[in-house]
Design a protein around this ligand. Structure first.
Ligand code: ADP
Ligand code: MG
Length: 245
């Protein structure tokens, strides 16, 4: 099995708060792993550690068989992300933004890469617009282009379709499915959109209070908890105390 992400007994304490309390999981090549959990369950903290932004209090992270202590630069060149908390520079045009990020990653054929992403993500009309003046749905597609500019092997997506209308949300989901297959990348998808997770993820982690309280495919989880859909499973697990599982 080719795992692009391997996480073992990962923990993060913020002063007195234990935000992540010993989680372990792997993500295979060509896999989209869903990360679900109520607010405050530790998803963003987990992604922060996987991006090398937060130092784990304990545990191990390997990305493409490397760890951050010894291979930080190599790892950073192979990953990228979308986060609702980080905006692209507002005053630059879309093209300028993609160019700046491409240069930061030292991409060789940057012009071709931007052309490819422009076509695939329907950005033609937006390239010369000022990024800060775009609608949130437009910005979202630009963020996705930025996230793919370095051809990452692992993509971390924190609610990538939260602000998209159903049609564009559907377009982005189809794009992600195709892109993942064609490029054999791994994706960690944190989302509160249960239809999205059901459609994109064969495997899901349910987090609560800093631990993984359940995992499995959407259909397995629905069956196991005797519910009709993933949303009901989520509500059941979010409300109950995880000690009872
Ligand atoms: P999620 O993304 O699942 O909503 P977070 O990872 O953001 O969860 O938060 C997990 C827990 O850690 C929450 O209780 C949150 O209040 C706490 N937390 C997050 N960031 C910090 C921080 N910088 N300092 C202290 N506590 C934090
Ligand atoms: Mg979060």
């Amino acid at each position: 099995m080719n795992y692009l992400v391997e996480v073992k007994n990962l923990k993060k304490n913020y002063s007195s708060k234990e935000a992540v309390r010993g989680i372990s999981f792997n993500i295979q090549e060509e896999q989209i792993l869903g990360l679900l959990g109520p607010n405050g369950s530790g998803k963003t903290t987990t992604i922060g550690m996987l991006l090398g932004l937060l130092k784990p209090s304990a545990g191990e992270i390997k990305i493409d068989k490397m760890n951050f202590e010894t291979n930080r630069i190599d790892i950073l060149s192979k990953i990228n992300f979308i986060s609702p908390y980080i905006e692209l520079p507002k005053k630059l045009t879309v093209k300028q933004n993609l160019t700046v990020y491409g240069k930061l990653y030292n991409i060789k054929s940057l012009k071709e890469r931007i052309e490819y992403l422009t076509e695939k993500l329907r950005l033609d009309e937006l390239l010369n617009r000022v990024t800060g003046e775009l609608s949130s749905g437009q910005k979202n597609r630009v963020s996705l282009a930025k996230a793919l500019v370095n051809k990452p092997k692992v993509l971390f997506l924190d609610e990538p379709t939260a602000s998209l209308d159903p049609e564009i949300g559907d377009f982005v989901r189809s794009f992600l499915e195709t892109y993942k297959k064609e490029n054999k990348i791994s994706i960690l998808l944190a989302s509160h959109n249960m239809n999205e997770v059901t459609r994109l993820c064969k495997s899901i982690l349910m987090m609560k209070d800093g631990v993984i309280i359940d995992k499995g495919s959407p259909s397995d989880l629905i069956k196991k908890h005797g519910r009709k859909n993933l949303e009901e499973v989520f509500l059941k697990l979010s409300r109950n105390n995880h000690e009872s599982y």
